[in-house]
Design a protein around this ligand. Structure first.
Ligand code: IMP
Ligand code: MG
Length: 195
């Protein structure tokens, strides 16, 4: 593998997209920073006096969690869950398998589920049911992105970063076939197949 293969460079000096697979930028680094700060301030106000548990859904939410948690001025704890949907990987089936469960006991805890993107909402609907059954005091959701008009389940989303058009997106934690998670902004993915 050659290290100067242009297709492997994520941030070319020209400021152009890294490869032809990455299209227009939908949310810039600065817009993300500003919005994540606002969400952190809102959570800080809403949970004053509490010690919320931030539950990030791996892997897409890792970067959002890292930034969001630093904008919350409370003694938060963090935990992680990994899930995968059965069947077709490009469209959520709503049947979810837990690949990695939480380490923390949720009883009496104020849980904030930190998600990268809500598409059909089926993954989230499953998670919410599952976490509520563990006797959490409350379960709310903080999603960086919500794809407009796609939700099959009417979910109550307390904190939302940005609403997006139908394009498949990559960057800031979101991947296509495992790559582009470390792009610092969110861009349209212009390749075919992305699972
Ligand atoms: P849902 O169950 O249909 O809401 O699926 C949500 C999950 O699908 C997200 O947590 C992502 O892992 C994945 N996903 C949905 N849309 C995108 C996208 O545009 N880029 C990357 N991953 C996505
Ligand atoms: Mg995800």
């Amino acid at each position: 593998m050659s290290t100067d293969d242009p297709d492997l460079v994520l941030r070319p000096p020209s400021g152009k997209a890294p490869t032809e697979l990455v299209g227009r930028t939908l949310v810039t680094e600065e817009e993300i920073r500003r919005r994540v700060r606002e969400l952190g301030e809102q959570i800080t106000r809403d949970y004053a006096g509490e010690r919320p548990l931030l539950v990030a859904v791996l892997r897409g939410a890792y970067m959002f969690l890292a930034d969001l948690s630093r904008e919350i001025d409370l003694m938060v704890e963090v935990d992680f869950m990994a899930v995968s949907s059965y069947g077709n990987a490009t469209a959520s089936s709503g049947v979810v398998r837990i690949l990695k469960d939480l380490d923390e006991d949720l009883e009496g805890r104020h849980v904030i589920v930190v998600e990268d993107i809500i598409d059909s909402g089926l993954t989230l609907a499953y998670l919410r049911r599952n976490l509520k059954n563990r006797a959490a005091a409350s379960v709310e959701v903080c999603a960086l992105l919500v794809r407009e008009g796609r939700q099959k389940v009417d979910e109550d989303l307390k904190y939302v970063g940005f609403e997006l058009p139908p394009d498949f997106v990559v960057g800031y934690g979101l991947d296509a076939s495992g790559i582009f998670r470390n792009l610092p902004y969110i861009a349209e993915y212009t390749g075919s197949g992305h699972d």
